[in-house]
Design a protein. Structure first.
Ligand code: SAM
Length: 185
């Protein structure tokens, strides 16, 4: 199932010494909730590799590009017809603008870590708040993607997965797919 609009995440302001766990979760959450890839505007191969490893094992084509320059990343995306959605607690309410965002071809959702540069607010096509309250890039991203795809992201399949988790009432069921042989772990 190809979700529309395509969505990509740009993570800016990442500090390797303190944001590794949160930035990794930015990648894992956006992959699981329908995004097609992530750009990391910092040089942290460890984070990019851990996200890529999960994508390799659990399937799909999600990518994580390390060490991009955030402004040229945005400008290239806009030149290719994409629109930029900057998640910020100061923005317009998600519920008031999501219908317009859904009509876009493809969107780049930008989340910060430390204070974001002021010119990002100008560069963005949409400055969007998930409640005008301070919370987290992870919760903001998750709710933004869920409102963008109206829950369809929860039905995503990852057919080429090596590891597949089956819904289980009690306990865990994991299937390891290896060249067509399935083995329950
Ligand atoms: N202190 C930083 C500043 O003032 O720019 C932001 C820290 S905040 C934990 C990190 C990121 O989470 C923000 O850049 C934004 O992308 C996201 N975020 C936090 N609360 C949000 C909200 N209510 N709506 C949308 N995004 C939010």
């Amino acid at each position: 199932m190809n979700l529309k609009p395509e969505s990509y995440i740009l993570r800016i302001g990442h500090r390797p010494e303190r944001d590794q766990r949160v930035t990794t979760h930015v990648g894992l959450s956006s992959r699981a909730l329908g995004a097609s890839g992530m750009y990391l505007a910092a040089d942290d191969a460890k984070v990019a590799d851990s996200i890529t490893d999960v994508a390799a094992r659990f399937g799909g084509t999600f990518f994580c590009e390390n060490n991009v320059k955030w402004k040229s990343c945005i400008n290239q995306f806009k030149k290719s017809g994409g629109k930029v959605v900057h998640l910020t607690m100061y923005g317009l309410r998600l519920q008031d603008v999501i219908a317009d965002i859904r009509k876009e071809e493809k969107v780049m959702i930008v989340v910060g870590a430390e204070k974001v540069p002021g010119d990002l607010y100008e560069l963005a096509d949409y400055n969007v708040a998930v409640a005008n309250q301070p919370h987290s890039e992870i919760s903001a991203l998750a709710l933004c993607l869920d409102h963008l795809y109206e829950g369809r992201e929860l039905d995503l399949a990852f057919p080429d997965a090596e590891l597949e988790v089956l819904p289980t009432k009690i306990g865990k069921t994991t299937i390891k797919h290896e060249h067509g042989n399935e083995e329950e772990l």
